[in-house]
Design a protein around this ligand. Structure first.
Ligand code: SF4
Ligand code: SF4
Length: 247
């Protein structure tokens, strides 16, 4: 006990001050993309041809963040003339079509469901289901429990049983083998309940898009309330989404 108190005294308070202050993210982090609409057509076409996710709409000059894996290829090829990635990690949306963007995102706060804030604003218990993902999305959700993010200080926790939860957080492309387990978990959660899709895989299939072994987006199976893009989404992206949507 004395050692614990001594360590705490020596190490000080480690929790970040978000959302009051935005922590600095790593300089190589790729957040919200900004599209230069006046980029030469041949540059846009070269980016679209090189995109491994078919995430670039040439005619609309927009990027689908639901499909994008934030690999940076388009920024590299265009040398920033078509796409530039910013350090803005606040990129979750309440509607899937809002993920298709030229860099301007609608306010998540304005599109959040007010009755959810009333129901879950003070206490939100979530069950996480990894539905065939690579484990990176899950790892970046796990770190929300560490002292730096300290998700529990907001009354939000991940729980073991769906019967104790208010909603489900799904990662992974929902492989055929995980579909039944996912649906059973969803059914076990009492109403009213929320559904949160985390990561490119859950949003659209991600790197596995087009495979007959997966669903082509969680919203084809369950009614998704909150879409969090990334591959994986930054922990701060998850934190921002949860706080903005439910608080
Ligand atoms: S960063 Fe996204 S849009 Fe650009 S090439 Fe990679 S997957 Fe495609
Ligand atoms: S979205 Fe990317 S990081 Fe997340 S499970 Fe899929 S492949 Fe892994």
């Amino acid at each position: 006990m004395f050692t614990t108190l001594k360590n705490r005294f020596e190490q000080g308070y480690k929790t970040c001050n978000y959302p009051k202050e935005k922590p600095a993210v790593f300089t190589r982090y790729r957040g919200r993309p900004i599209v230069q609409k006046d980029a030469p057509l041949e540059v846009i076409q070269a980016c679209a041809a090189a995109c491994p996710q078919d995430a670039i709409d040439i005619s609309a000059k927009k990027i689908d963040m639901g499909r994008c894996i934030f690999c940076g290829t388009c920024e590299q090829i265009s040398q920033g003339r078509f796409v530039q990635f910013t350090g803005d990690f606040e990129i979750a949306t309440a509607q899937k079509e809002h993920l298709i963007t030229d860099g301007n995102l609608p306010s998540l706060a304005e599109h959040s469901k007010q009755h959810f804030k009333g129901l879950f604003g003070k206490s939100l218990q979530l069950r996480q289901v990894s539905a065939g993902g690579c484990n990176a999305c899950e790892a970046d959700l796990n770190v929300l429990a560490t002292p730096f993010f300290d998700l529990a200080r907001f009354g939000i926790n991940f729980v073991a049983s769906p019967r104790h939860s208010d909603g489900i957080v799904v990662t992974g492309p929902v492989s055929k083998n995980m579909r039944t387990a996912l649906l059973k978990t969803y059914e076990a959660i009492p109403e009213p309940k929320v559904v949160i899709a985390v990561g490119s895989c859950a949003l659209t299939g991600g790197p596995f898009v087009g495979s007959p072994e997966i669903s082509q987006g969680l919203d084809t199976i369950l009614p998704v309330d909150l879409f969090i893009p990334g591959c994986p989404p930054h922990p701060l992206t998850n934190l921002h989404a949860l706080l903005t949507f439910f608080k």
